[in-house]
Design a protein around this ligand. Structure first.
Ligand code: AMP
Ligand code: MG
Length: 426
């Protein structure tokens, strides 16, 4: 592990954590260091495809069939021979039967004849073109077509989606809903995926109570465990929620021991600064290996990363927005690597800022914003009110981060700014 850039002797006042600090670590370097240290899980298991959603493939999947399996019609209409398309005037064909989806027409279709055909029905032998029903004139068994038809139109060729023998997915593929449908379309019932990472987490703080309890003076509800639970659930990991741990060295030590048993990752929130009630760092030093960084970012400056037994450890700050930002910036990519997939590329867009954004150089900032596309088709963004690291509403109202690079000294209304839209649902 690289040396910590936070000397043990340095004391600083957590109340001025938003201030520029020349000894802070660059966020990108911290991120690279973390990713470099994480090993991917190698154990695999075979699961029914419904259970493969949000899992990572550990094998190659080849198709044993053509998809679609037969050349079929893309429209409701009439299957014809392309040679029957007239070059002038019109041509009348004789209707000799119907092809339904799932009930093919078995007879022979000669030139000068046609078959009524439904979307998805197999193209009758030797026909190669479908004329939409809206483009013909029908009189009893006589179907008249004109010159505007194109040979091979409205036909889906066998194997045009996937050809037999094609490699459809490679190891490392993270499964989205469309992928599960695609595997089903190949007739495959089970796939081999990497084991899910096991993640244990807990909150630290004497002021925290769990929901369902009445608040006494000075207490607050623990929200971090719920945002962590939600962010982890979306990633598809196995979760072990160890609750709220009191601010005593003994309680933190015993929680660490319990959390690190049979676990891949331990995440804590709070208690990672150097206040008198912050025991995360010293406990980690006692039980495992620790890197403690003041990262040059806002929100989320203090961050501990290390190992305890075989588990990786992330000590996130306590403030609710800092927890989310440090999770998205540092933890998510680490979990994705551990799951066996390549961390997703981030979508970055230039948007016009509708407000002035105050910032000092020397740290990156992840302000929370709402973007939309204006009538001229340009992206515009506004920040979501107050940006304090304890104001969770600033995240909840947002649909993007506004990324302000380390050297930026603020943004004036009308300037271009980089935004990172939050994940869509696909
Ligand atoms: P700490 O990092 O422990 O000094 O906490 C920083 C701030 O975040 C304090 O105001 C805490 O009360 C608050 N905080 C810590 N943990 C939580 C939590 N689990 N849920 C909500 N707020 C928290
Ligand atoms: Mg605390």
């Amino acid at each position: 592990m690289a040396d910590s850039n936070q000397s043990k002797d340095i004391k600083y006042d957590p109340s001025c954590m938003d201030d520029y600090d020349p000894s802070s670590m660059d966020a990108q370097i911290a991120q690279q260091h973390i990713l470099h240290n994480i090993n991917a899980i190698t154990e695999t298991e075979t699961v029914p495809i419904r259970n493969a959603l949000h899992r990572v493939l550990a094998e190659e999947i080849h198709s044993t069939i053509n998809v679609p399996s037969h050349t079929n019609s893309a429209m409701d209409g009439y299957a014809i021979h392309s040679k029957d398309i007239p070059s002038t005037d019109t041509k009348t064909l004789k209707l000799i039967g119907t092809a339904w989806a799932g009930r093919p027409f078995d007879g022979t279709v000669n030139q000068g004849e046609c078959v009524r055909i439904m979307t998805g029905a197999v193209m009758p032998d030797s026909t190669d073109t479908v004329v939409m029903q809206e483009h013909v004139e029908v009189n009893d068994d006589n179907v008249t077509i004109d010159t505007k038809q194109k040979a091979h139109q409205n036909v889906r060729q066998a194997g045009e989606d996937i050809a037999q023998g094609d490699c459809v997915f490679k190891p490392g593929k993270y499964f989205h809903p469309s992928d599960i449908g695609l595997i089903a379309s190949l007739g495959i019932a089970e796939v081999n995926v990497y084991r899910k990472p096991k993640v244990a987490f807990f909150s630290t703080g004497d002021e925290l109570v769990s929901i369902g309890t009445e608040l006494k003076q000075g207490q607050i509800y623990d929200s971090n465990r719920y945002t962590l639970w939600s962010m982890l659930t979306r990633l598809g990991v196995d979760i072990n929620d160890l609750g709220v741990i009191r601010d005593t060295p003994e309680a933190v030590e015993s929680a660490f021991k319990q959390a690190s048993e049979n676990t891949d990752i331990v995440i804590t929130s709070g208690g990672v600064s150097v206040g008198d009630a912050d025991f995360v760092k010293e406990t980690l030093e006692k039980l495992g290996e620790v890197n403690f960084w003041k990262v040059a970012m806002k929100p989320g400056r203090p961050l501990a990363f290390g190992k305890i037994n075989d588990a990786y450890f992330f000590g996130l700050p306590g403030n609710p927005v800092s927890v989310m930002v440090t999770f998205y910036i540092f933890v998510q990519a680490a979990i994705e690597k551990m799951m066996g997939c390549t961390p997703k590329p981030r979508i970055q867009i230039q948007a016009i800022s509708n407000t002035d954004l105050r910032k000092r150089p020397g740290r990156v900032e992840y302000q929370r914003g709402v973007f939309h596309i204006n009538e001229q088709g340009q992206y515009e963004v506004s920040k979501t009110g107050m940006q304090g690291s304890g104001i969770l509403r600033s995240m909840s109202d947002a649909n993007c981060f506004i990324y302000l690079p380390i050297e930026s000294s603020g943004i004036s209304k009308g300037d271009l700014v980089e935004i990172w839209p939050f994940d869509s649902f696909v």
